[in-house]
Design a protein. Sequence first.
Length: 237
Amino acid sequence: MSTRTTDARSARWSNRALLRVPVLAGVGYAVAWIVSQSVGAPNPSIAASGTQLVSSFAGHSGQNMAMFVLAEGVAAVFLAVVVIAVTRPTLRQGSVRLPGARTAAQLGVGFGLAAAVMSWVELGVGTWLIFTLVPEGRAGTAGAAWHALNRVDGAKMFVLAVMAAALSVLAMTTPPLPRWLAPLGFLLAVALVVSGLGYVLLAPGLATSVWVSGALLVAFVASFGVTFGLREGGTDV
């Protein structure tokens, strides 16, 4: 066997291994989100007072921390991996069907990474809330931190809406991504704007739409990671 043949096979195996990453990240994102909602953490109103929040969170530090770590920490890592993976070919090669695809890729990865950073900030604030403010019974500060946390979450939904719209345009203009992802992404963008307004305004009624936007977000990110990895790896989906 020649060195050239060995090198070619090694390169193919390396490429296949890399293409498994967005698939695993897409699935991991969905799993992290689903499990985070299943750990039994209390779910107080986004407009809850500090006293109500302390009463609700007291004695549930383990469940609360698990929810924050999974939803804001682990899921954010997987989100970052997916957006980098699906936009990388367009940003590197520039061989796309429409000129707007490169801009869409830049917006998709930029806003996706910004959302991930905002999630990590939320994880930090949540940790402070769970392990310091609640145990010490500092209701006033806890309430202010909770409201700030939810408003940041609302702002993050706006950021994710831009990401979803940009990646939808990318799906319409680049071959590795199926076009059916575009309608899902545009619907997600609208849903995120609605739920984001609810969180920014601390309006519980409007904020309940997060169950719709959350489900769509999980489906969208998971679908992007899985379909990209499988199609680039030579498997039609």
